[in-house]
Design a protein around this ligand. Structure first.
Ligand SMILES: C[S@@+](CC[C@H](N)C(=O)[O-])C[C@H]1O[C@@H](n2cnc3c(N)ncnc32)[C@H](O)[C@@H]1O
Length: 239
């Protein structure tokens, strides 16, 4: 899929993204761990740590996919997790993993849209989203919903790919992302999904602009932390 074939925002993007994740769900976990060389587990831990979860709290994990961010949160504290995603196939895999780990009393999944959350105002103590915000149709609409469903004082942690800033590592990374990754993924899964990946990272707002967006949606204590030379970043905010 080329740049011009992919919509960058709005409803059309949502439909394409949903179809794409339904299509790659079966291979998603394997590719995630393989292509990140297992580093995603460390990135998730860092993102969960920023939430400062306390026993008894309820976490909403938006765009939960196959549930790995939720499992990471359950290792950090005795919380309850609600995982929301609009891909039926991703959620089916999350459910299988929840059952296999006997966590169904702690982790429930809900099919729904990040831009129109099926929850009342001020419901959750904390909210996470990992590698999901880049994929939503309209980022500000999703952020507005995150703010709405968080309780006052609730923490949010957003984990997302970003473009590394150093000249040398930046070039190396772009070469891997643009040329190696789509080929590897093409052999094992869907080439178009992993052509979309670098393209969507390029279209995501830079660190400064994204933090400004969080502030404009009402979040305070907004900050970011680069991980692994800046190929991933954590953004935090408090309602
Ligand atoms: C790259 S996966 C990340 C999954 C998981 N959070 C993880 O870290 O492995 C992105 C997920 O976002 C979901 N997604 C994208 N846009 C969404 C939306 N508007 N509402 C709900 N889920 C969405 C996709 O279905 C997919 O499961």
């Amino acid at each position: 899929m080329s740049d011009s074939e992919f919509f960058h925002s709005g409803e059309a993007k949502k439909t394409q993204v949903q179809t794409m994740f339904d299509g790659i769900a079966r291979r998603y976990d394997f590719l995630n761990h393989f292509l990140s060389l297992g580093t995603d587990l460390y990135w998730r831990r860092k993102s969960v740590h920023a939430l400062q979860l306390k026993d008894g709290q309820v976490l909403l994990d938006v765009a939960t996919g196959t549930g790995d961010q939720g499992f990471s949160a359950l290792k950090a504290a005795d919380v309850r997790v609600v995982g929301l995603d609009f891909s039926f196939n991703m959620l089916e895999l999350a459910k299988k993993k929840i059952d296999a780990r006997q966590l169904s009393r702690k982790f429930e999944v809900v099919q729904g849209d990040a831009e129109n959350l099926p929850f009342q105002d001020n419901t959750f103590d904390a909210l996470s989203i990992s590698y999901g915000i880049r994929n939503v149709g309209t980022i500000s609409a999703a952020l507005g919903e995150f703010y709405r469903v968080l309780k006052p004082g609730g923490r949010m942690s957003i984990l997302e790919f970003s473009e590394p800033q150093g000249w040398f590592f930046g070039r190396l990374y772009r070469f891997y992302f643009d040329h190696i990754l789509p080929k590897l993924a093409g052999v094992m899964s869907s080439k178009s999904a992993y052509t979309y990946l670098p393209e969507s990272v390029r279209h995501f707002p830079d660190r400064h602009d994204f933090k400004a967006l969080l502030t404009s949606e009402g979040f305070h204590h907004v900050k970011h932390q680069d991980l692994t030379f800046g190929i991933t970043a954590i953004y935090n905010g408090v309602k």
